[in-house]
Design a protein around this ligand. Structure first.
Ligand SMILES: Cc1cc2nc3c(=O)[nH]c(=O)nc-3n(C[C@H](O)[C@H](O)[C@H](O)COP(=O)(O)OP(=O)(O)OC[C@H]3O[C@@H](n4cnc5c(N)ncnc54)[C@H](O)[C@@H]3O)c2cc1C
Length: 342
């Protein structure tokens, strides 16, 4: 029997694919529901249109894994739709740099869960000789360590990372590097269902200062603004102010309605924002077959990892966590099946 740790996109995909390959699998989910962070997401599974742009955007990432995801995403989306019967809400990402599809996250989570077989909710994964780690990295741990907001499922605390390290695994990427978003700072009320619509994604049009009034981010942010969000995370308190000449901007209104601190001053508006951690970019080092590696590059028998438990793919930038979860979930299942170890 193979244990699959985590019922997010990566774990559910790995389980569904493993069952197609006639493997006996059980999914263990620490939380009280399936879907992980996919359930809270915008549901856009995407890749860069051109591989060169992936390299430029995520310049410190592992080129072999980037190529794997980039090359396999389109066929993986076809697998996803034919296996689950789910149709995209949109055949487009509405971003000229990228290509992919938007799904309803609730529908996709439920459909994948049906294909995944037995899912034990409220059950952290047990020790198993054949294990797929898909626990979603350690956003909660990083947020607690640095006093930042959590903008992910509440259970991804680094259990997969700790387990693999205990078996001698090595890591890839910077373990402090994040995919983060500027969110309205406390006392704003932000529930899980607000994570998408309350994102303050207009830093490129704003004057950005920290609590000391310093303009700490000099260059224009990248299109995804992850560079700016990470810089906010490093400021005192993990907070900043966005000053804008458009008090009626819909995101500003959303921050105001959520009870965030929004100050109107002489036709301009200042919004207090805080970095919210969506997921970690560093994590376990794997090869192109999703096998977890030791420092010397040898694989640890029976141990594969998928999704954002894997590190060093989007390093230096921003890429689709759902694409990483989908492609590596499939690869992880196929590796265990082809090794005859499931
Ligand atoms: C608001 C928001 C919007 C987003 N929008 C997009 C988007 O549009 N496009 C995109 O590509 N990405 C998006 N993302 C990121 C994307 O959702 C994640 O990168 C992706 O879902 C990660 O999938 P995963 O399966 O690796 O991990 P997760 O979805 O985090 O799943 C990990 C699962 O493991 C469980 N777990 C943790 N520890 C244990 C344990 N010890 N035992 C058993 N289970 C455990 C967790 O409870 C969780 O269910 C968004 C994320 C958020 C929060």
């Amino acid at each position: 029997m193979t244990a699959i740790a985590g019922a997010g996109m990566a774990g559910l995909v790995a389980a569904a694919r493993a069952r197609q390959l006639r493997a006996d699998v059980t999914v263990y989910e620490k939380g009280d529901r399936v879907g992980g962070s996919m359930l809270l997401s915008s549901g856009v599974v995407w890749r860069h249109l051109r591989f060169e742009d992936f390299r430029v955007d995520c310049s410190r990432g592992d080129e072999r894994l980037q190529r794997l995801i980039w090359e396999r995403l389109d066929e993986s989306l076809a697998w996803l739709e034919s296996t689950t019967g789910v149709r995209p809400l949109l055949d487009d990402t509405e971003n000229p740099r990228t290509t992919g599809r938007r799904y309803d996250p609730g529908e996709l989570s439920a459909a994948l869960s049906r294909e995944a077989g037995e899912v034990q909710l409220g059950q952290p994964f047990p020790f198993a000789e054949r294990l797929v780690l898909a626990t979603g990295g350690f956003p909660v741990r990083v947020a607690c360590k640095h006093g930042l907001l959590v903008r992910s499922n509440p259970w991804s605390e680094g259990d997969g990372l700790d387990h693999a390290r205990g078996l001698g695994a090595t890591t890839a990427g910077d373990l402090d590097e994040l995919y983060a978003r500027a969110m309205p700072a406390p006392p704003a009320r932000i529930g899980e269902s607000d994570y998408v619509h309350l994102s303050q994604l207009y830093g490129g049009r704003a004057r950005v200062t920290n609590e000391r009034g310093e303009e700490f981010f000099q260059q224009p942010p990248a299109w995804h603004e992850n560079d700016l969000a990470q810089a906010i995370a490093r400021q005192p308190g993990g907070t900043a102010w966005f000053e804008l000449d458009d008090p009626s901007h819909p995101k500003v209104q959303a921050a105001r309605e959520a009870g965030g601190e929004v100050r109107d001053e002489n036709g301009r508006v200042r919004v207090h924002v805080a970095a919210g951690v969506t997921h970690t970019l560093g994590g376990l080092r794997v090869d192109e077959r999703a096998r977890v590696l030791r420092e010397d590059g040898t694989p640890i028998g029976g141990l594969v990892a998928a999704g954002v438990d894997v590190g060093g793919i989007a390093s230096g930038g921003y890429a689709s966590g759902l694409a990483q979860a989908l492609v590596l979930g499939l690869v992880a299942a196929e590796t265990l099946a082809s090794d005859g170890s499931m």
